[in-house]
Ligand binder design. Structure first.
Ligand SMILES: [Mg+2]
Length: 193
């Protein structure tokens, strides 16, 4: 298969979906149940625009809450399905969603410790490239954390950071930065290296 298709690899939380404040842990977290899912304003519209420009769309997301003992795995899987259903309802075609449910400091034995697929590993973008003929050097990783930028860079993609009020301070420099996914569309499509 020739590798000629361009893709956008999307971190999910803080980019497509809003993070949620959980009183239980007094922390902003990824949504952990379907009822907590809210798409960020104009996120679906941004994805439709990428789609119309011919980009394949992939979600690449770390969801460590089950590994950390916070929630049932079923709830995280149902949440992921709900996000995909909302996007599909808006006409967005996600070619594939890749989730890592492990965590290096987890407490659930089979889901804890070193994992090959968890970002910043480029495992999932590399797998997407092999599976769907993606040209990684003409593709982008879009996320709100250093791990997203490092994942994209390690995969040989260009990188764009979305501002998120709940991400840790950035210490890795992406190729581009934008306030929202919607703002990112024109910047990214018109990017000339
Ligand atoms: Mg994020």
């Amino acid at each position: 298969m020739t590798s000629h298709r361009r893709a956008i690899f999307l971190d999910r939380d803080g980019v497509i979906t809003a993070n949620v404040y959980y009183e239980r842990w007094k922390e902003w977290e990824a949504p952990m149940s379907p009822g907590d899912v809210e798409l960020l304003p104009n996120a679906a519209e941004a994805l439709l625009r990428f789609q119309r420009k011919g980009y394949l769309l992939f979600i690449v997301s770390n969801q460590g809450a089950y590994a950390k003992g916070k929630i049932a795995l079923e709830s995280l899987v149902a949440t992921a399905k709900h996000v995909e259903a909302l996007l599909a309802g808006a006409g967005v075609e996600i070619t594939e969603s890749y989730y890592s449910y492990s965590h290096p400091q987890g407490v659930v034995s089979d889901f804890s410790g070193i994992s090959l697929e968890r970002k910043p590993s480029p495992y999932f973008p590399r797998l997407a490239a092999a599976s769907h003929g993606v040209d990684l050097s003409n593709s982008w990783m879009v996320g709100d954390r250093d791990t997203d930028i490092l994942c994209g860079r390690a995969a040989g993609c260009r990188t764009l950071r979305i501002f998120s009020p709940h991400a840790e301070a950035a210490s890795v420099t992406p190729d581009l930065e934008a306030q929202t996914l919607f703002d990112a569309v024109e910047m990214l499509v018109n990017f000339v290296s």
